[in-house]
Design a protein around this ligand. Sequence first.
Ligand code: SAM
Length: 177
Amino acid sequence: MAQGETSALIANEMLSSNKTIHLFNSFEGLPKPTEKDQLKDDIFSLGSMDAYTGTMSCPEEMVRSRLKAISFPHEKFVIHKGFIEQILEDDSNLPQKVRFAFVDFDFYEPIKLTLEFLHQVTSKDAIIIVDDYDYFSLGTKTAVDEFVEEKNSSEKVYECLIPNTKFGYFAVLARKG
Ligand SMILES: C[S@@+](CC[C@H](N)C(=O)[O-])C[C@H]1O[C@@H](n2cnc3c(N)ncnc32)[C@H](O)[C@@H]1O
């Protein structure tokens, strides 16, 4: 689904904290896949990876109304609207320090870029969850595996935990250094 449910779930856990949640979405659905995004699980039975372009879009208003429904204060969230590739270049209001991130972009390019960004703004004990690891598009697993291998090349900076798939398909990156 792509209806702001995860955002509301995480925001709900932050109700009593003074931290800000930063939400990133194109609000235009999935971009065009690249070659690294081979279709592993045809979740909507569309027949090809290309056919998923533009799917999973969600109106910004839906995210806002879900946050409103849990009485999440508007001064504690920032919505970054646009493709992450552009946002990371142009946006002057990016988070400077991140302790927890949930990455759910489905495709290789945006996930790899996001992980590189998060590497700059996280430190020891940060947790990054990447959804759909080894599920739907193979690009997610490729992006995570490449990132972890590169960052751990001289010392172990990330522990990568892959839970049993009965809990879902995701990778947990725990920053160790
Ligand atoms: C699987 S959905 C996320 C669902 C979300 N976790 C929820 O509970 O609503 C993937 C989302 O990533 C967004 N997306 C994919 N690639 C993106 C990119 N390059 N930049 C910004 N948003 C992107 C899509 O618009 C889509 O809403």
